[in-house]
Design a protein around this ligand. Sequence first.
Ligand code: PMT
Length: 210
Amino acid sequence: MKKHFLVTAGPTHEPLDPVRYLTNRSSGKMGYALAGAAAHEGHRVTLISGPCNLDVPDGVDYLPVETAAEMYHAVSRYIGKAQVAIFAAAVADYRPVNVPEQKIKKTGDTLTLELVKNPDILGSAREVFGFKGTLVGFAAETENVISNARGKLQRKGCDFVVANDVSRKDIGFDSSENEVTLVYAEHEVTLPKEDKYQLSLDIIEKALEV
Ligand code: PMT
């Protein structure tokens, strides 16, 4: 049966001033591959994406956002229409407290930034947005990959979490391939290293089995 997928992808940009922002190394390839693969399989797809230099896959409803707050609002608005939600975006956990209207001047030898926590979008899916469908999170880890992913699974109410080791150069951020372990409440399934599109087909199949 065809379903409606919501996919988050890419990094967020958290402005520091009118010309600078905080971000991370996500290219969006993983999330765009998921969106493209789901659309290719005939599912309806809403792709909510931070800034990426990628072509939007054919047949996808595309909602560009810049910041974590914008992504939060877009997800809160559209998740109710979806039966499957996959959160592949690398959302900034913190943003600057104050964003001056003018460019920050180079005054001292050091500059201290004060940051405040961003909303946890995946963590809001069940408790705040009331999402009842299949919920798939990602876990970008550099150590204790499986146990950290299992913590996220439990805290965020996911059906499974796609854990990847982002300390490796050959997979994860900006690579065309990834190697992941799907972490469920009671077991794990490790998928072989493969192209992000092929891997997306496997993740979608597993999401449809839940
Ligand atoms: O974009 P690519 O270059 O292809 O790289 C792919 C990837 C490494 C970004 C992807 O495979 C991946 O791991 N995405 C999750 C990145 C991440 O931020 O993970 P996290 O462990 O910090 O977050 C856990 C989960 O909560 C993720 O599903 C994330 O989307 C979500 N989250 C996190 C923080 C936040 N404020 N809101 C969220 O929704």
